[in-house]
Every structure is written in structure tokens, then in C-alpha cells.
Design a binder for this molecule. Structure first.
Ligand code: PLP
Length: 132
């Protein structure tokens, strides 16, 4: 039930930025093939591993392979926190952006000099808009 990777490249347009394969029912997609296409086309791989926490692909643990790997902790998942999830990455730039994203783009590091004494002051570095 996973994506047929041989059809993937035909779906890529000049607007494509990300490949987002889903590991269905615990079976990882062919991540080597997805990686090869992503590298050749300059795309980021965000793996939806909501079904495959604890799985492996060619001896490597899911969560250690794609640019970003997403797990869900929704109540119907193998591991739950009631709601919530996690994103794993080895890329420091993605990690920084994700940490900001977690808190709606808010950060307190870049306070203007005249506001140094105001602990409540924060900057919103970007807007988080999710359209479902
Ligand atoms: C494959 C897959 N991706 C994404 C999600 C969404 O996860 P969440 O409800 O934690 O946002 C689910 C949840 O059922 C899922 O099964």
C-alpha cells in the first residue's frame, strides 16, 4: 500500500519542494529510491512515519534516514501522549526552524536594546498558518 516510487518522479513539478512519503501500516517506503530522486531534484524528504515508529529500513531505524521524520502520538497510535507528535532531524537548520515552529515562531533572543528589561517581550519571526 506504499507509494509506487517508479511513479513519483512523474508527479514532480517546478513547484515541488518536498517529497512526503507515508510508511503505511508499519512498512517503510523504499527510502533509498526516494532519497535518490530527492537529491537529484534538489528536494527535501519529510517522511510520514506515523505508522512505522520502531520499524527499520535496511537495518537503519526509521527516524534516522529522511531529512525530517514525523511521528504521531494520537490515541490510535502505538505510542500515545493523548495528542501530539514529534519531528526528528539531523539537520541543525531544520532543527532550529522546527523548534521555532513548535512555539508559533515566537522567540525572545533578539530583544531590541531598549526592551532588555521587559521579560515578556518576544518577536514573532514567522506566521504559522495551517490550512486543512
Ligand atoms: C499516516 C498518518 N499520517 C498523519 C497522521 C496525523 O497524525 P496526527 O493526528 O497526530 O496529526 C496520522 C494519524 O492518524 C496518520 O495515520
Amino acid at each position: 500500500m506504499n507509494i509506487d516510487v517508479s511513479l513519483l518522479e512523474g508527479k514532480i513539478t517546478k513547484r515541488t519542494k518536498v517529497l512526503l512519503p507515508v510508511d503505511f501500516a508499519g512498512q517503510p517506503v523504499d527510502l533509498d529510491e526516494v532519497r535518490e530522486i530527492a537529491t537529484r531534484r534538489g528536494l527535501t524528504v519529510i517522511e510520514d512515519a506515523c505508522h512505522s515508529i520502531g520499524s527499520s529500513y535496511k537495518g537503519r531505524k526509521i527516524g534516522s534516514i529522511s531529512d525530517m521524520t514525523v511521528f504521531s502520538f494520537h490515541p490510535v497510535k502505538n505510542i500515545t501522549t493523548g495528542e501530539g507528535g514529534a519531528v526528528l532531524t539531523n539537520n541543525p537548520s531544520f532543527a532550529k526552524r522546527l523548534a521555532l515552529f513548535r512555539n508559533h515562531g515566537l522567540e525572545k533572543e533578539h530583544k531590541p536594546t531598549h526592551l532588555q528589561d521587559f521579560p515578556w517581550y518576544y518577536e514573532m519571526l514567522f506566521l504559522v498558518i495551517i490550512i486543512v
